[in-house]
Design a protein around this ligand. Structure first.
Ligand code: LLP
Length: 431
């Protein structure tokens, strides 16, 4: 079971606050983030690089959870920022995020996105394909501007949590292949463009990774390339960006490393490779999303109907579901939950938690062990801080949930619950 705190009322507490009070105050479904935990996660990455005396940028992958308040916390923690769209970039600008610390990703960046990045003088664009190079060159000429870029490469390693698939010919929509010379071709094109500075290389091998082997293998692949580009072009990257993917614990089935463990492995492997290559130690950039916010967030729901199928199972339904957490339906992701208002009571019932959407696949948890469940109880689902709110939808015209930050025992609403007016606000009449 996910570790949690129970207060004197027998209720689930987050950062000293009673989650039942939060649900009563703000309604449900409600995302609750422990901001102290977000800060601790950020610091665990940053401090480990500092401990090793390595120049690094820890960029928060804002796709995991982006909002003005969240990006303000990332800014306060001196993180950099990974954005993958104009919307994420816009949010960063609204949060007054230091532009020089923003990196733009995306496999299909359009003219407007690139133009917004150039106009706002963001720190770096991660180049993904040849079309993008043409667009960027044109925009830089129009604005008489310069831009640092990283080349995103697919190192032929794909992480599947515990396994790594090695593919000679990488089949991915992202980046340039190392194996078939595409990456080198991109480098040759980019290095001739005066307005572009090729600052380094980028790779991302996957998400929810529990071991360091995949990162070590990817670093090995990158250094094979670095050695050959050094030999053939006299080029040494100033930056190596190893992406995100650091795993977290959702249930007892998950066994991630402590966050500093991932960093330590990267730093050491790069040191060995650098010694072997006779180059300066590059700046290391990483892009954790889930590991910064995943465990720091939980979702509170109100339990409504129940359905018993004698001898088979009991369904309980909550007032949210795949609209605020698509991960169980999309990835068969597993979660732990407790009854927030009965957190101290014995676990006597096995129930399956259904969402409210008109879709059989809208199940949040199969076979959860809970105390005896009543209508009106509050269910808290843990570790929903990453890819929950950010992947939420208006399916069945559900308004999006509210988000509350809790820090040092105080709560603050940071995203308002949508109203039905919000849901129809872009609809135009056809009468
Ligand atoms: N950098 C790049 C280039 C990425 O593609 C991603 C995630 C990250 C960083 C952050 O990865 P993280 O540290 O959060 O694992 N919706 C899925 C996850 C998709 C991740 C896509 N890219 C989920 O809910 O599990």
């Amino acid at each position: 079971m996910f570790p949690f705190k129970i207060n004197d009322n027998g209720h689930l507490a987050v950062n000293g606050l009673d989650t039942v009070d939060l649900a009563n105050k703000y309604g449900t479904p409600l995302f609750v983030y422990d901001v102290n935990e977000i800060r601790n996660n950020a610091r665990a990455f940053v401090d480990t690089f500092e401990k090793y005396g390595v120049k690094a940028q820890v960029a928060y992958a804002s796709k995991a959870f982006s909002s003005v308040a969240m990006l303000q916390v990332a800014k306060q923690e001196k993180l950099s920022l990974d954005v993958v769209s104009q919307g994420e970039l816009y949010t960063a600008l609204q949060a007054n995020f230091p532009v020089e610390k923003i990196h733009l990703h995306g496999n299909n960046k359009n003219y407007q996105e690139l133009e917004m990045a150039v106009k706002n003088e963001i720190g770096c664009i991660v180049i993904d394909n040849f079309y993008e190079i043409e667009l960027l060159q044109e925009i830089l000429e129009n604005y008489n501007a310069k831009m640092d870029v990283l080349i995103r490469v697919t190192p032929g390693i794909e992480a599947h949590t515990h396994d790594y698939i090695l593919t000679g010919n990488e089949d991915s929509k992202f980046g340039f292949d190392l194996s078939n010379g595409q990456a080198e071709q991109a480098f040759k094109v980019l290095k001739e463009i005066e307005s572009i500075n090729v600052k380094g290389l980028h790779c991302h091998i996957g998400s929810q990774i529990f071991e360091t082997d995949g990162f070590v293998m990817a670093i090995g692949r990158l250094f094979e390339t670095i050695k050959s580009w050094k030999r053939d072009y006299g080029y040494s990257p100033a930056v190596l960006n190893l992406g995100g993917g650091f795993g977290i614990r959702y249930t007892d089935e998950d066994d991630p490393l402590p966050l500093d463990g991932y960093v330590e492995a990267l730093v050491k492997e790069i040191q060995e490779q650098v010694n072997d290559t006779e180059m300066d130690y590059p700046e290391i950039w990483i892009e954790p999303g889930r590991a910064i916010v995943g465990n720091a967030g939980l979702t509170l729901y109100t339990i409504g109907s129940k359905k018993d199928i004698p001898g088979v199972r009991r369904y309980i339904s909550v007032d949210g579901g795949m609209t605020d957490n698509i991960r169980p339906a999309l990835y068969q992701a597993k979660y732990d939950a407790v009854l927030a208002n009965k957190a101290d009571q014995p676990l006597t019932e096995k129930v399956s938690v259904a969402g409210k959407c008109c879709e059989s696949g809208d199940m949040l948890i199969w076979d959860a062990l809970l105390p005896s469940v009543d209508h009106g109880d509050y269910l808290a689902v843990f570790s929903t801080g990453a890819y929950g709110y950010s992947m939420s939808s208006h399916y069945n015209r559900f308004p999006k949930a509210a988000v509350v930050f809790v820090e040092d025992g105080k709560d603050k609403l940071v995203i308002q619950r949508e109203t039905y007016q919000d849901v129809v606000k872009n609809d135009l009449s056809y009468e």
